[in-house]
Design a protein around this ligand. Structure first.
Ligand code: AVJ
Length: 361
């Protein structure tokens, strides 16, 4: 089955595009078919609710992950409303060098970036979140045609898209509510013939295992097309002590962010995880070159999830996130396996983080 294409747009052509059946207010958009434009008055009046009838692929992922011998959860479930707030807070922590370093690199090289991305591009952002870094690009790009933010957190997506649309009136903003770890149907694109450039900041690419990263980048490669590009942030390998601190902050925000995944699952899938019975654990796995975040069960316990009961032994962990760290060389290999050539790499003076511009080849 091909992904459903349905989109809602306001009178200004701003819209909300979704790749799965969702319900907008009283209006149900479901079924599989070609793109549909349904006029609504304002973008902000759109309210999203999952249709009751649709089976939820994310629930399947959760069930699969928790019934494995080594339990795991998909890290996209961090980002409910609360999780998005906690993540924004993480980004401001002293220990979490990633965000400020990436922003500094982008700001210092913004003109060159805009030059490489070229005039009148269509910008597709994967995991747009608060769209903060996007503004650095939009402030320097030459007459960008459209901005397509793609995110899984619907409310934040809607808010950020509206804010960007308000700040850049000439820009067409087409938010796409989708899980980009799956196949995403990219809307029939505005600005036909325009160069498409992907934007995937934050080192979120590190959340994929190697083969998944290749598959994801290939899909991006497909979405941006032959002359397309990809601006991507990749965290670099470094002293493990620095990494350890970044994922074990003194204020405990990361711990709360990690545990919040359970609150999200409780609410969304009717489960009864007790947050105080799970402890945050994050460490650098040197052999695999990645940070791992786990939630460690503090006692023998049983958790109910829908009609399942899941047993946890004391000390047993659930893997909630992996965050791969790349050398510039490793990342070049990854990019080339996905059909991209690294055209330019910027790093900060301490070589903590890299921002890279990839060209489809
Ligand atoms: C935004 C997914 C890249 O892995 O560093 C922050 C998320 N996890 N602290 C990362 C995160 C724990 C972050 N990414």
């Amino acid at each position: 089955m091909s992904p459903v294409s349905a989109s809602i747009a306001d009178a200004n052509g701003r819209g909300f595009y979704c790749s799965r059946p969702w319900r907008y207010g009283t209006l149900a958009v479901k079924g599989w078919g070609p793109a549909k434009m349904i006029p609504v008055e304002t973008t902000s009046s759109i309210r999203l609710r999952k249709t009751e009838t649709a089976s939820d692929p994310v629930l399947d992922e959760v069930l699969l992950g928790l019934t494995k011998t080594r339990k795991e959860l998909p890290c996209k479930l961090f980002y409910d409303e609360r999780g998005s707030v906690l993540f924004e807070q993480i980004c401001t922590l002293d220990e979490y060098y990633l965000t400020r370093t990436e922003i500094a690199i982008m700001e210092q090289n913004a003109s060159e970036l805009a030059e490489l991305m070229g005039p009148r591009c269509v910008l597709l952002e994967y995991g747009s979140g608060s769209s903060t870094k996007t503004r650095i690009l939009l402030d320097h790009l030459h007459e960008p045609v459209a901005y397509i933010p793609i995110d899984y957190a619907a409310e934040q997506l809607q808010r950020s898209a509206a804010a960007i649309a308000a700040s850049y009136p000439a820009l067409r903003v087409l938010p796409l509510h989708a899980d980009y770890t799956q196949r995403v149907g990219v809307p029939p694109l505005v600005g036909a013939g325009a160069r498409r450039v992907g934007f995937f900041p934050g080192s979120t690419v590190g959340n994929f295992r190697l083969t998944e990263a290749v598959h994801f980048l290939r899909r991006v490669r497909g979405a941006v097309g032959p002359r397309g590009g990809l601006l991507i942030g990749a965290d670099l390998k470094k002293d493990p002590a620095v990494l350890h601190r970044a994922y074990n902050d003194a204020a405990g925000v990361t711990a709360e962010f990690n545990r919040n995944i359970l609150a999200h699952i409780n609410r969304r899938f009717d489960a009864d995880f007790r947050l105080d019975k799970f402890a945050h654990r994050a460490f650098y796995n040197e052999r695999l070159g990645r940070i791992e975040m786990h939630l460690i069960s503090q006692e023998d316990q049983r958790v109910r999830l829908q009609d399942l009961e899941i047993a946890f032994r004391a000390g047993e962990g659930v893997l909630t996130e992996v965050s791969y760290k790349y050398s510039v060389e490793q990342f070049r290999t990854l990019a080339s396996r996905a059909g991209f050539e690294v055209q330019r790499v910027w790093v900060d003076a301490s070589r903590l983080f890299s921002v890279q511009y990839l060209l489809a080849c």
